[in-house]
Design a protein around this ligand. Structure first.
Ligand SMILES: [Mg+2]
Length: 241
């Protein structure tokens, strides 16, 4: 027990929910497995490079690709399962032969290690990837070991649904509750901020994706960083949020 006078010094538990693409990792030639999975699943040569995927979920990215070429395809649950399986196997194959690479962004590994060593922080993900492909990406980038099970496009195609799912999963594992105000989303797009705000959570945006820091500041997140390359400063910032 802490003496009453020291109560302010007790660090508040924080759940840090990381976006993956453009925040923790950068993928080179990710379009190769994605387009292959579209072709194998739908028999259509769709190209992810024709749309803006940043901040979107994989099912909505696929729908955007269809819309771009005037296709109206109603995709059912079984087809999404096939697409997910094709995407996972395509990613594994392309990574194995070096055609696609997934690297941690500067500071990401060190930041996650420092947060995992600090008692008050717990780290997980909120991502537009399916759970299977999120796992492939995080394992390939060497970051999976730091992150608890979060929420994924396989839970909902609507990103704002995901933070509450990640929070509830953490609460079950930790066997205690955590307030939304104690959760911080770290992402690289205005959509990450929107999903944080929709859930009453705080948000830090980083300029390592499509958007510059100047563009991200326009949306008024709780904090904006050029990147995660100064992990100690990021830890200090998160402690104060
Ligand atoms: Mg992102």
């Amino acid at each position: 027990m802490f003496p009453v006078n020291d109560i302010d010094k007790v660090p508040m538990t924080k759940l840090i929910l990381f976006d993956i693409d453009g925040t923790l990792t950068r993928t080179h030639n990710g379009y190769l497995p994605f387009n292959e999975a579209i072709l194998k699943t739908f028999g259509f040569a769709g190209d992810i490079r024709t749309v803006v995927p940043d901040g979107n979920t994989d099912p909505l990215i696929v729908q955007d690709i269809f819309t771009k070429v005037g296709l109206e395809i109603a995709v059912g649950p079984a087809q999404w399962r096939h697409f997910t399986a094709h995407l996972e196997s395509s990613y594994r194959e392309h990574i194995a032969r070096g055609a696609t690479t997934i690297r941690p962004l500067p500071g990401a590994d060190s930041l996650l290690r420092q947060l995992s060593e600090a008692q008050e922080f717990h780290c997980s993900v909120v991502t537009g990837n399916f759970e299977a492909t999120a796992s492939v990406k995080l394992t390939s980038a060497g970051l999976a070991r730091y992150l608890g099970r979060g929420a994924y496009a396989s839970d909902s195609e609507h990103r704002p649904d995901l933070p509450a799912i990640a929070r509830a999963r953490w609460e079950i594992v930790a066997a205690r509750s955590i307030a939304a105000a104690q959760c911080v989303i770290i992402g690289d797009t205005p959509k990450d901020l929107q999903c944080a705000r929709a859930n009453g959570m705080k948000c830090v945006l980083v300029g390592t994706g499509r958007y510059s820091v100047e563009e991200l500041e326009y949306w008024r997140p709780d904090a904006c960083l050029a990147d995660l390359s100064e992990p100690q400063q990021v830890v200090g910032l998160l402690a104060k949020l």
